[in-house]
Ligand binder design. Structure first.
Ligand SMILES: NC(=O)c1ccc[n+]([C@@H]2O[C@H](COP(=O)([O-])OP(=O)(O)OC[C@H]3O[C@@H](n4cnc5c(N)ncnc54)[C@H](OP(=O)(O)O)[C@@H]3O)[C@@H](O)[C@H]2O)c1
Length: 258
């Protein structure tokens, strides 16, 4: 077990050393990383934290990861995709429980549900590890009070990559939440198997859920693969959805996840 202490000699402490509590593998390329939470660490669901790992005598490598846990939970958790050839991925896949990891003191981000104008239904659309921020939002729960229904759509290649599927099913059993998994490369794994922009554009997703998907009543969050977010932007713009701009609420909100 790697328990080496990371020295922090900074006077202002832009970061603290935290400890890895648990690593849970979903698929060969996907795992959840649970770590201790810095004292007084504040964030809003949808925010990301920057994690750092030392590389010998060189400067540490830092990467941003969306927080999956809710603010009231006592630890921080992140959903990590292993990027082949990626420096941070190489370091993170070698990390073990008990090891130290650096966490920047301030969480950041604009992918916050409160940016959206009020509406009737909230559609949380995601691919791959882009589902992470929605886990935090739904565990915190305040979005459920602002919408008649919340629909969480998670598109992955294979069913093993449906991270947090049990958590979503449990939340859906207790609240006005509908969970729609979409597996695109495993015939028959899910009721819907086409790419999400196509499912929205054809009306198939709306029909499956039994709700309207229009700019008057629907609010849409989009998080994941940059090609997916670009495709969704085109589909939603053509239907009259308006992006959130600094200080101005809109009907669609995007986060590129890579
Ligand atoms: N650099 C990073 O931070 C980062 C983060 C995540 C992933 N990655 C890399 O990206 C690769 C794939 O990531 P992944 O496993 O999450 O798979 P992915 O290619 O993002 O696929 C996940 C889901 O998104 C769908 N999808 C892909 N492109 C789409 C588009 N333009 N519109 C709508 N849906 C789309 C896929 O459908 P189809 O099956 O139809 O393609 C699949 O259902 C991995 O090799 C990983 O290393 C990099």
């Amino acid at each position: 077990m790697n328990t080496a202490a990371i020295p922090n000699t900074e006077t202002k402490k832009r970061w603290t050393a935290q400890r890895v509590l648990h690593i849970a593998s979903w698929a060969p390329n996907l795992f959840s990383l649970r770590i201790t939470k810095p004292a007084g660490f504040l964030f809003t669901p949808g925010h990301y934290a920057r994690l750092g790992l030392p590389v010998g005598d060189e400067s540490p490598i830092w990467r941003a990861y969306s927080i999956v846990t809710a603010p009231h939970e006592e630890f921080l958790e992140f959903l990590v995709t292993v990027v082949v050839g990626g420096n941070m991925s190489r370091l993170l896949t070698g990390i073990t429980e008990g090891a130290e990891i650096m966490v920047e003191s301030a969480a950041m981000g604009f992918f916050v549900a409160a940016q959206l104008a009020p509406g009737e239904t909230l559609w949380m659309l995601s691919t791959g590890s882009g589902v992470g921020p929605y886990v935090s939002m739904l565990r915190e729960g305040s979005v459920c009070g602002r919408y008649r229904k919340v629909v969480i759509v998670h598109s992955v290649r294979t069913s093993a990559e449906l991270a947090y599927t049990e958590a979503f099913r449990e939340l859906a059993a207790q609240h006005a939440i509908e969970y729609v998994p979409v597996v695109t490369r495993e015939a028959g794994a899910t009721a819907l198997a086409e790419r999400v922009p196509l499912l929205v554009d054809s009306g198939t997703l709306a029909a499956h859920v039994g709700e309207k998907f229009d700019a008057e009543t629907a609010r849409v969050m989009v998080c994941g693969n940059p090609d997916f977010t670009a495709d969704m932007r085109r589909v939603l713009s053509a239907r009259g959805f308006v992006p959130c701009r600094r200080g101005l609420s809109g009907s669609m909100l995007f986060e590129n996840y890579w």
